[in-house]
Design a protein around this ligand. Structure first.
Ligand code: ZN
Length: 401
């Protein structure tokens, strides 16, 4: 027994009462349904049958099956109230119809044929193949924006969206189709606008709003080359509005951050970047001068030293900068020079070679959970706690006394 497809009679029907024909495992067959099954690039409706959650709807032959989340209690012969998730359906209808109009416009304006469609969570894509007009070999962003405007003009005109059903291919082919038919009988042809000047006319079994205006908005995001075709990223309906909201909010935050409007935001961001660059350069010069001054201080201390271990600690520089302080004076060290980075409990060891720095780290640092290594004249050790570092230094002093 064929399922009566109420969604084909009235796409706005959200509920119905149906008779259960059969229940097999988790699949329920009804005599009639408002649930659109997956197909034609459109996902299926979800909702409830007799209050039980519908997780999947698909068509097999002329029957529509509803997969119900178990456990549930339904028996053949009983009446069941069916209800679809209308927000989900309308979202599908807006997006799907938006894709129709955009595809129709790419065909009309540039002879581009839609050869692929994907409906993702964040955007939709169509793959446009330029095959009808040899003089057009690419889709530039300007061309895409022209198609976007034409598409929205069709939406603003609130053109009617009609579905005509034909028994045979011969009858259906009399329509101004943008794409060759893939089936031979029981063909649904969807038209946006008057058939004598349709914005789109193509075979489709999906669900569509009755007028183009209900699509609301179509926004193109980008165009990219893909396998000899042009992939158009876009969104339609409420999702396009929500995306506009998100991007507008982001622009507002950026505008506040840079005390700018959308008109001068880029200019102000560039100016800030230049300023940052100047500050960075200034910092490099200052850092170099601090390093040189510290090298000179340590050099003086080294000259005056009498074989004792010299220790310095700094909390205002990165380890790499501290290396630049120790290296120039390495050959002047009489026993051992220690530089501590208090930021990350790193110890740098320098020596003229009379003491083997790498060996000192390798053999003893691990006792205080220190990690590191190096060679005879320079080495480093990192400690998880300052305590361990201090104890290790005390050990070195005692050892070298
Ligand atoms: Zn369709």
């Amino acid at each position: 027994m064929e399922t009566i497809k109420l969604y084909q009679q009235d796409v706005y029907m959200k509920e119905c009462t149906a008779k259960v024909i059969s229940v097999e495992s988790d699949l329920v067959l009804l005599d009639r349904t408002v649930f659109f099954p997956v197909g034609g690039g459109q996902s299926c409706d979800l909702g409830t049958v007799a209050g039980y959650e519908v997780t999947e709807v698909f068509e097999e032959g002329d029957k529509v099956y509803h997969r119900i989340r178990e456990p549930f209690q339904l028996e053949a012969g009983q009446q069941a109230e069916c209800s679809i998730d209308w927000a989900r359906r309308f979202d599908n209808m807006q997006r799907h119809c938006g894709e129709h109009i955009l595809s129709g416009i790419f065909f009309r304006e540039f002879g581009g044929v839609n050869r692929g469609f994907h409906m993702g969570d964040d955007y939709m894509t169509i793959d446009i193949s330029l095959e009808e007009d040899p003089s057009i070999t690419e889709i530039t962003w300007e061309m895409a924006k022209h198609a976007e405007l034409c598409t929205n003009e069709v939406i603003w005109s609130n053109a009617p969206v009609t579905v005509r059903r034909f028994k045979t291919r011969e009858e259906a082919e009399k329509m101004p189709l943008r794409k060759k038919l893939a089936i031979d009988e029981e063909i649904s042809i969807v038209c946006v606008g008057d058939i004598n000047n349709a914005a789109d006319c193509v075979a489709c079994c999906g669900t569509h709003p009755s007028t183009a205006g209900q699509v609301g908005l179509v926004k193109l995001y980008k165009v990219e080359k893909n396998k000899g075709m042009f992939r158009i990223y876009f969104e339609a309906g409420k999702r396009a509005l929500l995306d506009y909201d998100k991007k507008h909010d982001l622009l507002t935050v950026l505008g506040n951050r840079y005390s700018a409007s959308a008109d001068d935001l880029l200019e102000k961001m560039d100016a800030r970047k230049e300023k940052d660059k100047a500050i960075k350069n200034e910092l490099t010069v200052l850092r170099q001068s601090v390093i040189e001054s510290r090298v000179s201080d340590i050099r003086k201390d080294l000259k005056a030293a009498d074989g004792e271990v010299l220790i310095y600690e700094f909390g205002d520089m990165k380890t790499d900068d501290l290396l630049n302080i120790g290296r120039p004076v390495m050959q002047e060290v009489k026993k051992l020079l220690l530089i501590i980075s208090t930021n990350d409990n790193t110890l740098l060891l320098f020596s003229d070679g009379t003491v083997n720095c790498g060996k000192l780290v390798k053999e003893n640092a691990s006792i205080y959970n220190g990690k590191g290594g190096g060679n005879a004249t320079s080495a480093r050790a990192i400690f998880p706690k300052r305590e361990g570092l201090d104890t290790y230094i005390q050990l070195l002093i005692n050892h070298l006394r």
